[in-house]
Design a protein around this ligand. Sequence first.
Ligand code: ZN
Length: 332
Amino acid sequence: MAVSPLLWTLFLFSIIFSLQSSSSSEDTPITRFQHYLRFNTAHPNPNYTAPVSFLINQAQSIGLTAKTIEFVSGKPVLLLTWLGSNPNLPSILFNSHLDSVPAESEKWIHPPFSAHKTIDGHIYARGAQDDKCIGVQYLESIRNLKSRGFVPLRTIHISYVPEEEIGGFDGMMDFAASSEFRDLNLGFAMDEGQANPGDEFRVFYADRIPWNLVIKAEGIPGHGAKLYDNSAMENLMKSVELISKFRETQFDFVKAGKAANSEVISVNPVYLKAGTPSTTGFVMNMQPSEAEAGYDLRLPPMADPDVMKKRIDEEWAPSIRNMTYTVSELCH
Ligand SMILES: [Zn+2]
């Protein structure tokens, strides 16, 4: 797009300018960013109302039109529009999401929704990188361009969607399937990308496929004193070891500098579920009949999903070891 280099150059200027501001009472790109960060939009109970009002105010202050669409009640999609000089041309969409993953407040040095700024200029907040910085950058870039009298040729839309961190089903998925989306007549769209501590603005055209992998083992329950063959825990632990080995092998490529994090298959354990509960914790002399483990698995674009599924089927959760598994794909 002809507009892109100019947009990003001015975006960098706006960042340089913003880094020079310091006082918290000022109304600057940085304080506006902090304001946006102070809304608790973390799951499982994201507050969407307050940040959407804030963004609408920001949008109106720079002359953008704003529209909220609720495909699911309480989960608004906010759409801002900057009319181009030739609105008949296909338009451009910049997207970001309103929500963030949960924060364990007690483990943070600075409270996750305080948007605390240190002397050296670092801002701490849940969602700062993923991806409220992006949502604010869009607005600040437009504010900057407008102050220089720039008028885009094509109409530019900015969308703020809910529920991205839990799959986007009640957010972008509904929006993308709607007549409102079709009516935008998009020619180009850019999503959140990745925060970068340097001056580069890196653009990606592919992303890894996230899989939720749950492996489950079943076996005959038995006394803790006896060595049973084929117990649920034994079978699950065998798989856990195999998956850990695979993870190590993939990670070795990254550590050796042969591949980027995004180029290998990552598989990270996220939960373990087993044991027979007792009043004090778990029954310690009893081998349970079921055991389960959950993994966050990410496939890079060049990995073959069928090969991965075969590996899970034959090695990680084989039926010959009384194992079953489910794979749910978050994004399609
Ligand atoms: Zn994100």
